[in-house]
Design a protein around this ligand. Sequence first.
Ligand code: RIB
Ligand code: CA
Length: 313
Amino acid sequence: MTSKIPVIIDCDPGQDDALMLFLALNAPELDVRGLVAVAGNVSMEKIKRNLAMLVDIVDRCDVPVFAGCNRPMVRELVTAEHVHGETGINGIELFEPNTQLQDRHGVDFIIAESRTAQDNEITIVATGPLTNIAMALVKAPEIADKIKQIVIMGGACFEGGNITPSAEFNIYVDPHACDVVLQCGRPIILFGLDVTHKVMTTQNRVEAIQAIGNPVSQIAASMLDFFGKHDSEKYSSGGAPLHDPCTVAWLLKPDLFKFKSCHVAVETMSELTMGHTAVDFWRVTGKKPNVEWACDIDADAFFQLLNERLSLY
Ligand code: RIB
Ligand code: CA
């Protein structure tokens, strides 16, 4: 048995964050050291509640949960209730979770957990704005040596933006944090809209999740039903792009994806293109690649993996 992958997950649930967590929290390949909430899809108060609820739903109260930053490093918080609904995880009934968040700040957890790790040991998965990751690197730059890789959902290249014509939401919310992370010198695996828009939650796929029949899958299908509404109309597509699970799916089954090594920079000055990820796909800048940019996925195999793992609950 190969050793488990030590992982810290930073997220802003969000229905697609929830599916990412469902995939991660029953994966024998992963040693999830902790979950950190970041403000993004909705306010931190709602994110904290949502994350605690999701940990209850999959009965993983052994994994410590922390609240991170409740706003971006420089800009004001922008949220996405128009996509995710007022609760951030519309599609399921709210309940008072048993899971209690730790007192320690999420940024301090990332620092402490990294400090105790071996060099190149910790995988960070980030599926919301990168505020907590950047703040940890600014506060304790020495932890970079302990980080094996940072696996991020964010950015866009040929696909265009989803919150502005030129920016993807996670990066748009905190472009300064993205700038810090892109320059940290550690391996970055970046899943942007170019690949996430290839895994649409079509009705057949949601029905297949529903048909698994266990409570977690029922909750997943109900959330995806709601999650699909906004983007189906926006893109005249069947369903919505299932963004965040791409990160954990890569950890579990890397062969699902194709990548290109690219230099990526982020716009932090212009209001018009704020948060735009300049992905040098054709290497016109001559700059050394700092990112593995995900550019293709076997969509059917991705949903097969998701269904296989959901059926284990
Ligand atoms: O742009 C999509 C990303 O923004 C996803 O992570 C979604 O959950 C939101 O955080
Ligand atoms: Ca997210």
